[in-house]
Structure formats: C-alpha cells, structure tokens
Design a protein around this ligand. Structure first.
Ligand code: IMP
Ligand code: MG
Length: 189
C-alpha cells in the first residue's frame, strides 16, 4: 500500500491520511544550522572535549549536519527516550535508554529535533543531571515557544515555529516523512 507519495512539482507530499506542503526549504534549514553551529563553536571551542548527545530518532539528520560544522574536537553519542504508560496516575513515563558514556564532569550538548511542550526534554535533563556532568545545554533544531510549558532553558534554537505540526528532516508523522530533505507542514486543515 502506498502511504507516502511525492508530488514534488507542487511541493506537496501525502503521508498516511494527510497532505503536507513545503514550509522550510533545505537551503533555509542549512542556514539555520550554520547559525546555531557558529554559536556552539564560539561557546565550546575552549572546553575539554564536549560530548554531543543526540536524542533518537528525530535528531539524526540535524546531528549529522550540525557536527560537520563544528570546528573543535568532540565526541558524539545517541540516546533514546522510551515512552510507556506507567502504573501511576500521572500516566506517561519516559525513560532514558542507551546512555553508554560516563558523562560525569563532561560538557554535554543535547541535540534535539524539536522541543514542543518540553515534557521530553525535562525528563531527559533530570536524568542527565543525575550523572553529574560539568554542564548540559540543549541545542534544538525547532522550538515552539507557544506551546513550551517548562522552565528548562533551551539555549540553542535553530528555528522557532508556531504550534503547527511539521514533518521532514528527521521529524515524522507516525514514523513516515523522516527522509524528506525539506520541512513540510500540514496543508489540509
Ligand atoms: P514535547 O515533549 O512536547 O516537547 O515533544 C517532543 C516530541 O514530540 C518531539 O521529540 C517529537 O518527537 C514530537 N513532536 C512535537 N512536535 C512535533 C512536530 O511538529 N512534528 C513531529 N514531531 C513532533
Ligand atoms: Mg525528539
């Protein structure tokens, strides 16, 4: 069954039941990554081997482009947040999995695809702080200021958007669309 079709001439794609249109072309994403990389280079150049920690799956493409623009010696690793329904009344619980590095005393830059309500990043930052890093900052490709509800400072934000749902460049709609090189937004609402 065909569930992702591209009509590139019109700049639209169909994914599952929805239509999406190009919102941010690849060249514009690249310029935003360039800007955020310049800020990271300025702040981390003189620090002892920083560790870039990507949050899978969404951050893989951003991480790949970001790290190519980093001009100091650094390490790279990935973690995942596993969501499951907890037995408590608070409902959704997110557990950090895959942290293989000893981050004690290290300068860590968490690389995210998107920070929306901030629920995920708050869980992640709490888990990481328990490992006593020297510092942890967040570098996200997208930030939705209108829906962010947490206090964790999001130091590096490549692009800010409204509350619209986007796909492409690593971000998915029910697991599809991660391979698209541009960012698309829902077109049929
Ligand atoms: P938060 O916990 O509400 O900040 O949401 C973070 C996660 O929700 C992201 O890592 C994404 O997986 C997903 N998400 C939030 N907004 C979007 C979007 O516009 N497109 C695709 N995924 C999104
Ligand atoms: Mg994510």
């Amino acid at each position: 069954m065909e569930n992702l079709s591209c009509e590139s001439d019109k700049g639209t794609v169909r994914i599952h039941d929805r239509s999406f249109r190009v919102m941010i072309p690849a060249a514009e994403i690249d310029r935003a990554v360039e800007r955020v990389a310049a800020a990271v280079n300025r702040d981390y150049r003189d620090k002892q081997t920083p560790l870039f920690l990507g949050v899978l799956n969404g951050s893989f493409m951003f991480m790949s482009d970001l790290i190519k623009k980093v001009d100091f010696n650094c390490e790279l690793s990935f973690v995942k947040l596993a969501s499951y329904s907890g037995t408590s009344t608070t409902g959704k619980v997110q557990e950090l999995i895959g942290l293989k590095n000893n981050i004690e005393g290290r300068h860590v830059v968490v690389v995210e695809d998107i920070v929306d309500t901030g629920e995920s990043i708050e869980h992640l930052m709490r888990s990481l702080e328990g490992h006593r890093p020297a510092s942890v900052e967040v570098c996200t490709l997208f930030f939705k200021p209108g829906s962010y509800r947490k206090q964790i400072p999001i130091k590096y934000r490549a692009l800010e958007i409204g509350n619209e749902f986007i796909v492409g460049y690593g971000l998915d709609y029910n697991q599809l669309g991660r391979n698209l090189k541009d960012i698309y937004v829902v077109a049929d609402e």
